[in-house]
Write a protein that binds this ligand. Structure first.
Ligand code: AMP
Length: 293
């Protein structure tokens, strides 16, 4: 095994510092573990584009607004280490909330980081405080590892806006590399949460991607009206086993404007739904090829 495992963030920071001091570029992939092929695509890219790659696994309590969701989140650190070994990853590190924020005596004392305008609406509305929690841990992870590049998935589109904001606020913050969403053959976006889907529910789960694809087909056929595109999404998602949270269109370059009206030149479709009680999210660029998804 070439992979160094470490459960002390201070030790991980020292490893990263020594790599940088030796003149090696560092690619960093923050995760919550229960790794799947989508995560591994980020890790391979980080290893390819940098001299060394580091991965963190931390199920961050600050970004969960629901204690049951946090408790049910899948964890498999031994499996994760096995997957990472052989992927060109040099460091796998973990930690506890207390070890990431030793200056705080209680979680309430952790200084919250502003997630910026990307946190407004959709996930930010349905998961109150979620992006504040993301920004707070991501900033700390960047401070510890000080990577040259940090890799995130387009699957969590709003999160990419938030981490770009966090990186911009840091002196010498990393370049954020957004990687395309990795999908199962039937289109379902790979997610750690897919492990929680029962067999019959799993059959319904690709409905999210079907809805996004229907909106993209409408776009390709010339539909540009924001409300008409949103209705294509919603019509596909009307199903007794799908509990829709949102199905919306956004102009990705004008996120702060919220729900657009009228004709668009750029569009991203975003959906969130509970399928068999499991919360799934997905999104797709309507105006770019899947490579830009
Ligand atoms: P998570 O462990 O869910 O916090 O995800 C860690 C990183 O992997 C985030 O940047 C996610 O956006 C990314 N990721 C998760 N699933 C996928 C996927 N299916 N395709 C691409 N990136 C993904």
């Amino acid at each position: 095994m070439n992979l160094l495992r470490c459960d002390d963030p201070a030790e991980a920071a020292a490893w990263c510092a020594s790599e940088r001091a030796a003149g090696r570029s560092l690619g960093f992939v923050p995760t919550m573990g229960a790794l799947h092929e989508g995560h591994l695509e980020l890790v391979r890219r980080a290893a390819r584009e940098n001299d060394v790659a580091a991965v963190s696994v931390f199920v961050n309590p600050l970004q969960f607004d629901d204690a049951r969701d946090l408790a049910a989140y899948p964890r498999d650190l031994e499996g994760d280490a096995l997957l990472l070994d052989g992927e060109g990853c040099g460091l796998l590190f973990t930690g506890t909330l207390a070890s990431f924020f030793p200056e705080a005596r209680t979680p309430a004392e952790i200084e919250a980081v502003d997630p910026g305008p990307g946190a407004v609406g959709l996930e930010g509305e349905f998961r109150r405080g979620h992006f504040g929690g993301v920004a707070t841990i991501v900033r700390r992870l960047f401070e510890l590892t000080r990577p040259h590049r940090a890799y995130f998935g387009a699957k969590d589109f709003q999160q990419t806006l938030v981490v770009e904001h966090v990186a911009r606020q840091l002196d010498g913050g990393p370049a954020i590399v957004v990687c395309p969403t990795s999908r199962e053959p039937d289109g379902l976006a790979r997610s750690s949460r897919n492990r929680l889907l029962g067999e019959s529910v799993r059959e319904r789960a690709p409905l999210l991607f079907r809805a996004l694809s229907a909106a993209r087909s409408a776009w390709s056929a010339g539909e540009r009206d924001a409300e008409a595109l949103a209705e294509v999404l919603r019509a596909t998602l009307r199903h007794p086993e799908v509990e829709l949270e949102y199905a919306e269109i956004r102009d990705p370059a004008r996120w702060e404007d919220g729900e657009p009206r009228g004709s668009l030149t750029r569009a991203r479709a975003l959906v969130a739904a509970r399928v068999g009680g499991v919360r799934l999210i997905d999104n797709l660029s309507l105006d770019a090829g899947e490579g830009g998804a």
